[in-house]
Design a binder for this molecule. Sequence first.
Ligand SMILES: NC(=O)c1ccc[n+]([C@@H]2O[C@H](COP(=O)([O-])OP(=O)(O)OC[C@H]3O[C@@H](n4cnc5c(N)ncnc54)[C@H](O)[C@@H]3O)[C@@H](O)[C@H]2O)c1
Length: 287
Amino acid sequence: MKEFKGRVAVVTGAASGMGLAFAHRFAEEGMKVVLADIESEPMAMAEASLKAKGADVIAVRTNVMLEDDINRLADAAFSAFGNVHILCNNAGVAATAATLRSRPWESPLSDWEWTFGVNFMGVLYGIRAFIPRMLENGEEGHIVNTASMAGLLTGANAYNVSKHGVVCLTEGIYREFKGMGAKLSASVLCPGLIRTAILDAERNRPPEFGPATDRAALRPDVRDWAAGFEAALQQGIEPEEVATMVFEAIRDDQFYIFPAQPEVFDVLKTRMEDIIYQRNPTLSVVF
Ligand SMILES: NC(=O)c1ccc[n+]([C@@H]2O[C@H](COP(=O)([O-])OP(=O)(O)OC[C@H]3O[C@@H](n4cnc5c(N)ncnc54)[C@H](O)[C@@H]3O)[C@@H](O)[C@H]2O)c1
């Protein structure tokens, strides 16, 4: 996609972290922006800060777990601005760092249902609500789905598994777009550790998906690992750096976007080689 000025970007999870940085970056490129998030107050603040910069912006409270909410978001975006050119399916949750080390036969099923509902179904609903209308309008456009390095690495937890789904889904969408000669393209964003509020995601856990993780009940090795992970995330890459990489990837039609720490690539390479050479999984751990 080469033209940005006056075009329209929709970002889910836009009230915080990377989504907020994407919204600012798109506005700086002269785009109209549609913010979507489950958290009304921070989203209102985001809307005000973008308007203060002179951006043309609307905010639509959206729970991406609900197909009706995403359909309403699409209706609001198309009726406000006539078309959508960039869709960032970015909202996501991780039920605390500790759950990344949980065992699937021990972790509550509600963790899986909530995490899949936001991280995977939220992306799928977004694709189904927006792509047919974007194709119909026939203009150039781009879908960016936020997965994670966790979506390329091994982990028997809801977060990794949901993000693997997002990687696979997005690769397939890219192939479909190219195969049909569409003016749309797609990218998958796989961040490493980024300095955001992701590890406080249980602030948005709906009560019907059970109580927040009881840290006191965690295995001591998991508690120690989680504390180290939380500290490392606070030293992570800044969301604005990710926003620059995302913007450049859309402009240059680059599919894989990997803002990640160098050591992650070593583990990824080992996993890929394990698969190609049919070796049993190497027990290297990053996330
Ligand atoms: N921070 C990292 O290190 C990291 C690494 C890899 C991937 N990611 C992914 O990046 C994406 C953005 O997260 P972030 O790191 O900026 O965290 P963040 O918590 O700062 O932002 C996530 C946003 O999503 C919103 N959200 C949560 N549940 C929602 C729902 N049901 N409907 C609508 N909005 C909802 C939150 O309110 C929040 O504004 C997520 O998909 C996350 O999984 C983050």
